[in-house]
Design a protein around this ligand. Sequence first.
Ligand code: SAM
Length: 283
Amino acid sequence: MPKFYKSPFNYIGNKYRIMGKILPYFPNKINMFVDLFCGGCDVTINTKAKIYYANDINNFVIDIYKAFQNNSKEVIPYIENTIEKYQLSKTNEESYKLFRDYYNKTRNPLDLYVLMCYSFNYQFRFNSSYEYNNPFGRNRSSFNSSMKKNLEIFLEKIKGVQFSSMEFGMYDLGCMTEKDFIYCDPPYSLTCGSYNDGKRGFNGWGLHDDSRLFLLLDGLSYRNVKFAFSNVIEHKGIVHKTMKAWADRNNYKINYIDFDYNNCNYHIKNRNNITKEVLITNY
Ligand SMILES: C[S@@+](CC[C@H](N)C(=O)[O-])C[C@H]1O[C@@H](n2cnc3c(N)ncnc32)[C@H](O)[C@@H]1O
């Protein structure tokens, strides 16, 4: 079994568990790689390319990556000192809340990473004033030894990546050529991943956004830029007809990825539990 690098973020909707299923579909040689909805960067750090660009509308996460790049050597000592200073642990909820208040006043991205490590489900949740408000991850979340190891590798892997936090429609893809490859893993309109409280549009993804992305991918395809697009084409009996029609109309390949978010096989009789994940490619 090939080993894949794991992001130290446990990001919702991350592709770590299906890395082995999607990477074989990626082109063998990639000049420029663009991860347009990079999230926890699991795909970026597992893809071989000459030049890397990673974007996500979630500027809080992107600011953490940039802080990692700017302070590479000091990141782990900083995290460990902060954990000690604030006595953060799997059981100390009071310290977690004090540290959360501190972060909301000072806004250091590295502190946000530490906070996230002790939070419920490792999520980035903010209220309408953009204050981090994710509850404590009692008995579950912590900056443990495997996260530390993943972070050490991550710091190396992201060294040359150009990060940005833009709405995908504003991202300039004008310089991409036929040697380049873009991976798109947007929120899935058929399922309901929660990226934050629904504010700032992180979670406000719908069919209209799918259509905007289809147009963008058609334009790239016209210029012979290769793309791979992750999504769910069927969920609990509902088929994403627009997506299927778009792929069929353009002769894009719909590659079925044998993975089910409900942990059940989709050959079972009860179609209400079926989730069909696909990787649509134009090559
Ligand atoms: C399914 S997740 C990506 C997960 C990622 N591939 C990974 O392995 O961790 C979708 C991402 O799209 C981002 N997103 C949502 N709307 C967006 C938009 N309009 N433009 C750019 N990014 C957006 C979310 O913040 C989220 O991180």
